[in-house]
Design a binder for this molecule. Structure first.
Ligand code: MG
Length: 376
């Protein structure tokens, strides 16, 4: 029986994690839940269904109390408090760099973290990894695939990590300048929240994932590549030094990587549908067009400069995506804003990040400059 806490339990990853728990009641017990203010009814239903003793919201505490018998805590630090409750694994499925504090809280309390919040590594890679690789269980499908493929060889035998990218809805579109918000929110393969969907359309998501892979696996940026794979069946690959490449393949379904992470890398029966070999399949791979999609190369350049710069990259992107969704800037301006922010603020002598306050300060400055650029 594994005790798990779930942060971001009303989002897509959190809901699927609870579906896995419900189908494996002998394997899991949910000890705590945390969610934002968006869906208090769902949070209360989850708390009652899974008999969770304590839950947290950033929303209306009194109203949540009227909906459930669970103990309720609230406030901006409540997710970090939930993360610190003793558990075998804390699943962090919060979106955005606000997930860093709860990740560090879970780790410093001795809990393992099933990490779906990639921004924890992008904004605070060294801070998170100082607790040790074995404490982090990747939930991102690409990094789960890499972790699985790495079991095929020794660390010293790895030549390269190859992340796959669906390419987003504009993979084959020549002119990206007139893309509408509605078009950008329609994603071909995965079902996700709006920020993640836009990040997938700009390939910023793949840039964040390259940074995530660098921290998780300790591989140099020059040995991490991304390739377009529209079918999203091969989730990533590890190339070994003898020229052999090991890939992990399964039809797109986040339940696979979620279950692999929250179980601490066990394989449960019937988690997801396997590839159907009674049908024909075509799996395509092609290089990224860096002229139309400059985000991945920009993320690598930022990564080589250090985590302070990747924190800026992420913060500037969060502001630019917000502005795009509100119709204030064009689609192609999202990555332009990021680049302008890191060019302006990422050049100076940047000392290593000491703590989360350093991250917050860097992000604040990046957000201010991003908004100035968005307005101009
Ligand atoms: Mg991913």
């Amino acid at each position: 029986m594994k005790e798990i806490g779930i942060l971001g339990c009303t989002g897509s990853i959190g809901v699927q994690a609870l579906e896995i728990v419900a189908s494996h009641p002998e394997s899991f017990r949910v000890v705590a839940l945390a969610a934002g203010s968006g869906n208090l009814e769902l949070l209360a239903r989850q708390a009652d269904k899974f008999k969770v003793p304590i839950i947290a919201t950033t929303g209306d505490k009194a109203r949540l109390r009227s909906l459930t018998s669970a103990e309720v805590i609230d406030g901006p630090q409540s997710a970090s408090q939930i993360a610190a409750i003793p558990a075998d694994v804390v699943l962090n499925a919060i979106t955005g760099s606000i997930g860093l504090g709860p990740t560090l809280s879970a780790l410093s309390s001795g809990n393992k973290v099933a990490l779906a919040n990639k921004e924890s590594l992008v904004a605070g890679g060294e801070l998170v990894m100082s607790y040790g690789r074995e404490r982090i269980l990747p939930v991102d499908s690409e990094h789960s695939a890499l972790a699985q493929a790495m079991r095929s060889g020794k660390r010293s035998e790895i030549a390269k990590l190859i992340l796959t990218a669906s390419g987003g809805p504009f993979r084959d579109r020549k002119d990206l300048s007139d893309i509408t918000v509605g078009e950008a929110l329609a994603h071909p393969t995965w079902k996700m929240g709006p920020v993640v969907t836009i990040n997938s359309a700009t390939l910023v998501n793949k840039g964040l994932e390259v940074i995530e892979a660098h921290h998780l696996f300790g591989i140099d940026y020059k040995e991490i590549e991304a390739v377009i794979h529209p079918q999203s069946v091969v989730h990533s690959m590890v190339e070994f030094r003898d020229g052999s490449t090991i890939a992990q393949a399964s039809p797109p379904d986040m339940k696979g990587p979620i279950a692999y992470a929250i179980s601490s890398e066990e394989r449960y029966a019937n988690v997801m549908r396997p590839v159907d070999w009674s049908k024909s399949h075509t799996w395509e791979f092609s290089p990224i067009d860096d002229d139309r999609f400059p985000a991945v190369e920009l993320a690598k350049r930022c990564g080589e400069l250090g985590t302070a710069v990747t924190a800026m990259f992420n913060a500037a992107n969060e502001e630019a995506v917000g502005a795009f969704v509100e119709g204030r800037i064009a689609f192609t301006r999202i990555v332009d804003v990021i680049e302008a922010v890191v060019m302006e603020q990422g050049g100076g002598a940047l000392s290593p990040l000491r703590d989360i306050d350093d991250v917050t300060a860097i992000e604040h400055d990046a957000r201010v400059l991003a908004n100035e650029l968005i307005r101009s």
